[in-house]
Design a protein around this ligand. Structure first.
Ligand code: SAH
Length: 226
């Protein structure tokens, strides 16, 4: 079983959308597991404080290293080899390649933070690897964690049917995907491209490749260069 442990101040956000559709069926079948852990269980004092003002001054609050360490240490065995990911806009951007690597391993630990972020010292001391889901700021790491887990779980063996191996998709071959069509044959005067309805599989494959190249060149020239 591929195991995900998530550390969060909002455990009620999990499984959330991951409890439905493919990922939800996978959870029910025991293909993967998802355990949310409430960081506040290790908060300090009567108010179970998890954050404090930033050293050096400035706006906002910073999540405390000691509270986060206690939360992680209460759950993770020292020999747990899973990558410990910290959702962070400063992280390495998540890619389909990294998702494939994560899926090939035993699972993941995902730490979600709020406020300005997490004290740097616990990032170092517990070997957290910062991962970003894009160049914009969310209000917390939970939606980033759900995004990351969704991308992983759909690739686990037994989640998608064989026909939908996912290998044909955008990014998998370094290109964006070609356009899709289905019935009706005529939609408001727009026809399905002729090549797709003639049944010549060689020509169809060539057309799809050319379209994938064209769309990638148009929309993501950076992918073409890689
Ligand atoms: N002060 C931080 C932003 C904090 S946003 C900065 O400027 O870098 C609050 C939390 O939301 C972050 O700690 C992180 O856990 C999560 N988060 C926000 N944007 C994210 C993104 N693009 N990818 C992953 N996690 C993100």
């Amino acid at each position: 079983m591929w195991r995900a442990d998530v550390f969060t101040l909002f455990p009620a956000m999990f499984p959330g959308p991951l409890g439905l559709s493919l990922s939800g069926e996978g959870l029910a079948k025991g293909i993967w597991s998802l355990e949310p852990h409430d960081i506040r269980d290790h908060g300090l004092g009567r108010h179970r404080a998890v954050d404090d003002t930033p050293a050096g001054g400035g706006a906002g609050m910073v999540m405390r290293a000691d509270v986060m360490a206690a939360s992680l240490d209460a759950v993770l065995a020292p020999d747990d080899m899973r990558p410990r990911l910290l959702t962070s806009p400063r992280g390495k951007p998540l890619t389909q390649g990294r998702v494939r690597e994560l899926v090939a391993g035993p699972g993941v630990v995902v730490v979600c933070t709020r406020f300005e972020g997490l004290d740097e010292r616990v990032i170092e001391a517990r070997g957290l690897e910062e991962v970003s889901i894009g160049d914009y700021i969310l209000s917390g790491g939970e939606i980033a964690a759900i995004t990351l887990l969704d991308a992983c779980v759909r690739l686990l063996p037994g989640i998608m049917g064989k026909a939908l191996s996912g290998e044909d998709e955008s990014f998998e071959g370094g290109l964006l995907e070609y356009p899709h069509y289905t019935r009706p044959r005529d939609f408001e005067g727009r026809a399905i491209p002729e090549v797709l309805v003639n049944g010549d599989h060689k020509k169809i494959a060539a057309w799809r490749e050319a379209e994938a190249l064209r769309i990638t060149e148009e929309r993501r020239p950076d992918l073409r260069r890689r």
